[in-house]
Design a protein around this ligand. Sequence first.
Ligand code: ZN
Length: 457
Amino acid sequence: MIGKALVGVRTRQWAALCVGLLVCSAAQAVAAAECPGHPDALGTSRTLVVDPRAHPRIGTMQYPETLPLEDHEVVLTFDDGPLPRNSNQVLEILAAQCVKATFFTIGSMALAYPDGVRKLHDAGHSIGTHTQDHPLTMDRMSVERVRQEIDDGIASVKSVLGDDAALAPFFRIPGLARADAVEGYLASQGIQTWSADFLADDWRHISSSRVYELAINRLEDKGRGILLLHDIQARTAAALPRILNELKARGYRIVHVVPATAEQPATPTEPQQWQLHPVSEYVAISHWPKIPNFVFAAADMLPGPSLSDLDWQDGQLMPPAELSERAKRGVPLPREAPWPRQSELAPDSAAAALPIPAQTLFEIQEGSYAAIAMPSRHADQPVRAEGATGDVGKLTSADAGDSRATGGKHHGRARKLGASRMSGRGSKLAAHAGRHGPKHLVQVKKVARSGSLRNDL
Ligand SMILES: [Zn+2]
């Protein structure tokens, strides 16, 4: 009841929003006209006729182009059917809303449930194919296997329909496992490869509410596009009525896509309409230029750089004669290019000169207790940290002092590391100590010396 009331409110809001907007009124009029007996139906706002040869690959999840939809236009697609129980339910829900969709049927499923495919046709949906046996490895298959899967799937569905024209030259690769060879073969047959613009993850083990949320939220992100669903899934059938109601409430319109024929030419479109976000001076280019496929004609290898190629003295580019001439005339000499100089490498023994941490570093003041939130394996072994926060100062100053004394350059880093690691611990330790007190604590001093403190945190 609450759901119905909510939809009612949203519908009224939408109606109010549409007052004065001819576009909305027109869309609603079309929906009502197309769905007699269902005045509140979402309906199908228009039919888009496409030429697969002109646009062989669509769906921004994988390709630069997608269907030339207007803002708030949606194309529904359903894969993997037919499977009577759930597919029939999906068909009934679509019929009640007068929504036309595109179904990508599997050849073996069509042979197993021929009535399911005929029902799709009778209801006026577009029927594409989705291979014969739904392999998820088309990106790794031989071209022969790819052809066989595609051809067999088409042959199976055609045999069930008994009318070649009833099948659209639309194809979706199982698992969207695209490969050049697959797309190349499909294009050579005049078949359009359909990816999608967004999914609702309805093949995963999620609730129907989650399917609904993902469908709506992802559509809202893009504003229009091709939604990929699965009519064989019970959760999809359960989510579909809510999805369709929400689409209507939010002012989305359903577009039915059909292939161009001699009698029905493609809907006129501009090339940029096939891009979800056409390139303009206001939109950043989202598709970077492809890196060309270099063909290496010869296997010859270029010579590797020799040490002399890296000679820093090349930085002095002016010939010596000109340099001496300039010097004579008092013309300032060009500055040497600021390239890296060869520098003396410190001898191995230099490591011995690094400061040794002072003993005082690990001494923690008596009386101030703190503890660490230990991982579960140490849950019964709390830690006593004495004066952890106070030691931060001790660590950095002691370390920095030693560094300066030995002329080292790393005291800045030590200060940073010391401050961030130790103060972080200190606050955690202090917080824990406040709750548990000193009774069950062990000295953090030991842990710090053994070097295991950081891992245990
Ligand atoms: Zn599939």
